[in-house]
Write a protein of this length. Structure first.
Length: 392
């Protein structure tokens, strides 16, 4: 028996990156003393009003089919939220509700590109991008985010990567895995490139509420970008709702029927009780959202200070998101060897940066989704591991 060539396009190094996390989860299930710093799953509870809304909707019978592109009330709430936070005024007709931002990225790629087209993505990049672009049949073209620039994009690299086959650019800000937040000036330069070459821009903004010093800027609100930008977002990170699987894309109105056709054969709508809860999340001023953001800021500062005290380790200060990139090159260990050995010796799981792209070689990604006492214990274990294993 054989499988289609499609399975090769959705595999690769990005998919394999989760191996160490899966191994850590299995050890934790067996009762081992494991600290999971390898995934961005908030350790906070979903805000109570959101949970209560879902329970009420379940009791009211909201367990049947829903509109393919999302219930009208939720689409209105998303449109209002998007207009308020991005500066791009849109109506509900520009919104499609899907099962999380990952699904939105998949829909965008399949509806925008032809096999053989090129999509430019700065790297390091989130590990699923490789498979999403591979599934569409497009060719992934990467440009570097260099550590010496704080993993910030140099627009000249992007301009140099454009060819006659380029169809779209995929950006993520605040950035996973590096925590870099793109400046307005950089985004204006990207917008100029997209307009000059008539390119789509797919903007992954799932960490838009998690910025610390520099504010988030959404490229869809820049002049000339509203009709060429697909904005992807969700409630997973902002409201600790990763398991609810509720996200959306905001796109030109002409694209919405095509995404609806894809949803028809893939999703057939999202659960009504989840959508009702999402309306509450978007329309209610929830103190928990700000509490979570400040907690991540505190954890970032704590981890940054403690890890930089260990000889052989260096890390910059992320500007947003829920991750920190730890430079382990001075230990003499590769990122993969460091991550594997750290889990085996100490029970701390991190992801090797190489899996996110060659610019992150020699780094590991560390999650902030653990309470402060767990982070302090993880720092102690990491420092001990470096003292015992570094080849300095």
């Amino acid at each position: 028996m054989r499988f289609s060539s499609f399975v090769e396009r959705i595999g690769g190094e990005g998919a394999a990156a989760w191996g160490i996390h899966s191994r850590a989860v299995e050890r934790k299930r067996r009762g081992d003393d494991v600290i999971l710093l390898s995934i961005g799953d908030p350790d906070f509870d979903t805000p109570a009003p959101v949970v209560d809304a879902a329970i009420a909707a379940l009791r009211a019978g909201r367990t049947h089919y829903t509109d393919l592109v999302g219930e009208p009330e939720l689409r209105r709430a998303i449109a209002d939220h998007h207009s308020r936070t991005t500066g791009q005024p849109v109506g509900p007709d520009r919104v499609v509700v899907v099962a999380g931002a990952q699904c939105a990225l998949f829909c965008a790629a399949l509806c925008l590109v032809e096999p053989g087209d090129e999509i430019i993505v700065p790297e390091p990049m989130y590990v699923t991008y490789e498979a999403v672009i591979g599934a569409s049949g497009a060719r992934l073209v990467t440009v570097p985010l260099r550590p010496e620039r704080g993993f910030h994009l140099d627009p000249r690299d992007l301009a140099d990567a454009v060819t006659e086959r380029t169809c779209a650019v995929l950006l993520n800000t605040p950035h996973n895995p590096t925590g870099a937040v793109m400046t307005r000036e950089t985004l204006e330069a990207v917008a100029d490139i997209c307009i000059r070459h008539d390119l789509w821009l797919i903007s992954d903004e799932v960490y838009s509420t998690l910025t610390f010093e520099r504010p988030h800027v959404s490229p869809c609100g820049l002049p000339g970008m509203g009709e060429r930008t697909i904005t992807v977002n969700s409630l997973s990170k902002s409201h600790a709702m990763t398991g609810w699987r509720i996200g959306w894309l905001v796109a030109p109105a002409a694209m919405v029927p095509h995404v609806a056709n894809l949803a028809l054969c893939m999703l057939y709508g999202c659960p009504g009780f989840v959508q009702d809860a999402a309306v509450v999340a978007l329309e209610t001023e929830l103190r928990e959202v700000e509490v979570m953001r400040e907690a991540y800021r505190t954890r970032r500062n704590l981890l940054h200070g403690r890890l930089n005290e260990t000889p052989g380790l260096r890390c910059g200060l992320p500007e947003g998101g829920m991750f920190l990139m730890l430079d382990v090159r001075e230990t003499g260990l590769s990122a993969y060897d460091f991550a594997d050995g750290l889990l085996d010796a100490t029970g701390v799981s991190v992801l090797a940066g190489d899996a996110f792209g060659p610019s992150a070689a020699g780094h590991v990604r560390v999650s902030l989704c653990v309470p402060e006492d767990g982070l302090l214990e993880a720092c102690d274990r990491i420092a001990r591991y470096v003292r015992e294993n570094a080849k300095i």
